[in-house]
Design a protein around this ligand. Sequence first.
Ligand SMILES: Nc1ncnc2c1ncn2[C@@H]1O[C@H](COP(=O)(O)OP(=O)(O)OP(=O)(O)O)[C@@H](O)[C@H]1O
Ligand SMILES: [Mg+2]
Length: 568
Amino acid sequence: MLGKDTSLSFKPVYKQERGLDLAILKSNIMVASIICQIVSNTIGPYSVNKAILKKNGEVLITGDAFTILKNLKAEHPVAKILIGMAKAQDAVVGDGVATAVILAGEFLRKAENLMDQGLLPSTILKGYDLALKRATKKLEEIAIPVKPGDEDILRKSASTAVNTKITSSPETVNEFSKMALEVTKRVISEVSGKTRLKIEDVKVIKKRGGSLSDSYVVDGYVIEDREIVHPDMPRRVENAKVALLRSLELKEISGSWWEALGKNMKIQVRALEEHKAFLEKRVAIVKEMVTRLVSCGVNVALVNKGIDEIVEHYLARAGILTVKRVFLPDINRIAKLTGASIVSDIFNEDLTSDKLGKAEVVEEWKPSEKENYIVIRGCPAQGASSVIIRGGNEYALEEAERSLYDALHVIRNIKEDPRIIPGGGASEIELSKCLGEYAQTFEGKEQLAILAYAEAMRIVPQTLADNAGLDTLHILTELKAKHGEGMIWAGVNVIDGQVDDMQKIGVYDPLKVKVHALNAATDVARIVLRIDQIILAKDRKKEEEPKPETETGKKQIDALKKVYDLKL
Ligand SMILES: Nc1ncnc2c1ncn2[C@@H]1O[C@H](COP(=O)(O)OP(=O)(O)OP(=O)(O)O)[C@@H](O)[C@H]1O
Ligand SMILES: [Mg+2]
């Protein structure tokens, strides 16, 4: 029952009362709607992709909401607010971006309707805040705990995230999710009773050729497209003591040693004697270099820059497995994994054994003719794992990588907060029902705002059904009826095109993702509904620079600059 003060008789009074500009609010809401429109058909398993033409001429094809938004050329502040929200959603929970954006858009559209009926934005927001609190509580009530070690739920939740991005068969999605689960098992650890799972610890390598189902997990950290520099070096070292070095090129060695070599290797050798002396000095320095490595126990050297041939020769004689041109991001990650410190200059810096990293095994690995990898296994600091993703083309590989990250995030979210809720719009319909009942406990305008929030929740199942080309009205009516009968797990089974029990078909979302998306979307509504003006900031540099119109004016300004030492 509606309260006393509710009715369509609310006049649009706030413009006069608060000085708010309805036109500005409406145009802001329109901008948000446009952004939502871009994203809305990317949600769910029957989503579409967008082709993004980048400034450098490259084309990016993706259905990932955050990737689309971060590449959007947006000038309008409201667009930037939505993009900022998407960024935060992606950074914190790594999934649910499309959900958050379409919810934000719907909250704003519903708010616009209420404003047309004369409600003030502040009243709407009060109702929205109440609704958010109740919705969060309800989500926690319906969430089901995931038992430690319940891998089936983890895999199914990962599949729910993956099947919205990759269009392969359910079997491939299943395999891909299993792979995500396997990889997390290798990098997960407990730190002071808390689960630690850093997605960055997983090394992802994309290889063209084959299909997604040929992707696999490698135990250990993989350096791609690198080989051991000399044929006489060992191909595998156990109990590795790893030195991470900037360079092993003679031209990079420090001052005094350089001078010892004759300052410049392009010296003019006037006599044979001089040439001989030069070569001897060179060999002495190289030997000293290698001796320093050997004496502190190095048996593996990973070098960021190059290595002179003569150095490679002596390293091979010393039995040190050496790899050159290892990218800095790899060096940095290996430093963390093995506990090594990066040594810039082995002559100037003391290369001591405590600067070496440890690993059970470092070895060369060539799974096919065209593939050369170096693998580091058994690192003491934490587990290391790599995934080799295969795909027919660049676009498929990049989307597969994004899907993998979504799956890894879902697993991490459930590990950190082991609770899941039904997907396929089931939780949103349950929230809509709950908030509808909750609204009845209020009177007047607040009741209208909570009802609007409740109705806005239906946008998720509605969009999922729309995108799958289903009879949305029929689906929504059936969903409402089923939830009315207490079937809280009833959602849209977009694959079979019917309402189903989400637990039965294994479509789960992590509670953490939904709660974050709901908060983020409400936040956007809160921010946008409080903006009553958009003010263009002046371009400071241009404004401050006096613009002389005449030659005399120019001279006068130059004179002033001199007198007052102005930096105009
Ligand atoms: N097989 C399925 N049937 C019904 N709904 C599904 C199915 N698989 C996933 N979903 C639903 O799709 C929604 C997630 O879709 P999607 O992954 O495209 O968007 P998002 O997670 O909000 O955004 P993004 O992944 O781009 O960050 C969730 O509501 C999820 O429950
Ligand atoms: Mg997703």
